[in-house]
Write a protein that binds this ligand. Structure first.
Ligand SMILES: [Zn+2]
Length: 492
């Protein structure tokens, strides 16, 4: 077990946890947002991030500090916490991003780790190689080898109480990401950023992002805190958390503000196009869009950054509450409706339903069927697995009818889309207490048919009859041939 990370609750792949940061003497509740602070630009002061926004942790770039003479001297002399005036935990990046942008940097992993330790960083980062998406497999594998050598150097370095992150690379090759995750997990390093996803996010490739994270997670242990490096738009946090990410960093709140862009959980607006402010944070309560537009540039930037950060932290709190309440996937479904590419992300998440099922609690609140994607949720998959293990009598009626009319069967079970069949004594247990719409859809019916098929295949000796209410013929045709079928649509 990793001693510094504890899970408190889970929902789908999402986790509520506690990351203990010994050098800072603080425990950070996860999922957590790390605002990015540029040591040379003070859009919102770190003190204000802590006091007004409740930031428990932030991230800054040790490479920029290292390369800026006066800042470096002050960091070495007074320490990072005093330099930034921040009471929480401080994570530092290493210059890997600069390496990916400019092709070279002038520090080694040993040097930058030693520097991060010297300035009082609480979580340091080695110089990994942020391998971009879609490159040749050969290059991805070569660069991964270099990243792994750097992690081994970091693993051997004397870093004292400072935690050290172990970035997981591998481009868009799931098997390389999984191998990278397994290698990183085998080190004694502490925090696991899934690296180089920014190019995917910039192109709205949320489906590919989910595949990359899912692969890294297969290699990492459940006790590994995972950081989705560079993912700062609140629109995709719920998706990232549901896939098992615990830490997010946001430079977006400040970068977007610089361009007069206004963040919401459903996307980004340009201030120019807003007639109303769809938010009730302190900034949006104080100003009208016209008043914001009329502010001097500096002030407008800082007020917009404050709004952007309020929205971002609010989404993190909403996600934590959703995990607590057991309705994280309902939140992901809502967010998936904001943009077609988010829907791709959610649909890809459901491709990994079996992986999510392992951490999904057996019982939670009430399952809400809110879209056809709900039919592919891990709970439905788990019910189908369970169906195959239930014992059945010689003859069995599965029926959608409220009052079964027959006593010619040994037993009568309910059948309900999307779950399929279940004995009546399970009807009060999760997820069969689900709220489903009266007007069901094809995806739910097809899932119910999969459930009936599992039951029939697992019990070749049982005679099964299905009484359904007007299911389309081509859906019913997917049932195994030996199921007798009755349409009870006209019955009450
Ligand atoms: Zn606001």
């Amino acid at each position: 077990m990793r001693e510094h990370f504890e899970l408190r609750a889970t929902d789908a792949g999402g986790r509520l946890g506690e990351l203990t940061v010994p050098r800072a003497g603080v425990t950070v509740e996860t999922p957590a947002l790390l605002p990015v602070i540029n040591p040379n630009l003070d859009t919102l002061s770190p003190r204000r991030l802590a006091e007004e926004f409740g930031a428990e942790i932030l991230i800054t770039n040790s490479y920029i500090i290292h390369g800026t003479d006066d800042v470096r001297e002050r960091a070495l002399e007074d320490g990072l916490h005093e330099l930034l005036d921040f009471p929480g935990a401080i994570m530092t990046d290493s210059g890997s991003f600069q390496l990916s942008e400019y092709g070279e940097i002038d520090v080694t992993t040993e040097e930058i780790l030693e520097f991060q330790r010297a300035i009082g960083s609480d979580i340091a980062t080695p110089v990994d190689i942020p391998t971009p998406p879609d490159i040749s497999r050969e290059r991805a594998a070569d660069e991964l080898e270099t990243t792994q050598e750097r992690l081994e150097i970091a693993d051997r370095a004397d870093t004292g109480e400072m935690l050290v992150s172990a970035p997981v690379q591998g481009s868009t090759y799931p098997d390389l990401r999984e191998t990278a995750g397994r290698h990183a997990d085998a080190t004694s390093l502490d925090v696991f950023p899934v690296g180089a996803v920014v190019p995917l996010l910039n192109e709205y490739r949320y489906g590919d992002m989910v595949d990359v994270v899912a692969a890294a997670k297969r290699g990492l242990g459940a006790d590994a805190p995972v950081h989705l490096f560079g993912a700062g738009h609140p629109m995709m946090f719920a998706l990232g958390v549901a896939m098992g990410c615990d830490l997010f960093d946001s430079a977006a709140y400040a970068l977007y503000a610089r361009d007069d862009r206004y963040l919401t959980v459903r996307g980004t607006h340009h201030l120019e196009n807003l007639d109303y402010l769809p938010c009730s944070c302190s900034i949006c309560a104080e100003y009208s869009p016209d008043e914001l537009r009329e502010l001097p540039e500096d002030e407008r930037e800082s007020e917009l950054a404050a709004h952007n950060l309020h929205v971002t932290f609010a989404e993190i709190r909403r996600i934590k509450q959703a995990i607590r309440a057991g309705n994280l996937l309902e939140l992901v479904e809502e967010r998936a409706r904001a943009h077609p590419t988010m829907l791709d992300g959610y649909r890809t998440l459901l491709d990994h339903a079996a992986q999510l099922e392992r951490s999904d609690p057996v019982s939670k609140g009430t399952f809400f069927y809110t879209s056809q994607e709900s039919a592919r949720r891990p709970e439905v998959l788990r019910h189908h697995e369970r169906i195959a293990r239930l014992s059945t009598p010689d003859s069995l009626l599965l029926t959608e009818a409220d009052s079964p009319r027959s006593d010619e069967y040994d037993d009568i079970w309910r059948v309900e889309p999307p779950f399929g069949p279940f004995p009546r004594d399970l009807s009060k247990s999760y997820p069969l207490t689900a709220e489903v719409p009266d007007r069901t859809d094809r995806a739910a019916l097809e899932a119910a048919v999969r459930g009936v098929s599992r039951l029939v295949e697992a019990n070749p000796e049982t005679d099964v009859t299905l009484a359904h209410r007007g299911w389309p013929a081509d859906v019913v045709a997917r049932l195994p041939e030996r199921v007798s079928v009755l349409d009870v649509a006209g019955d009450s």
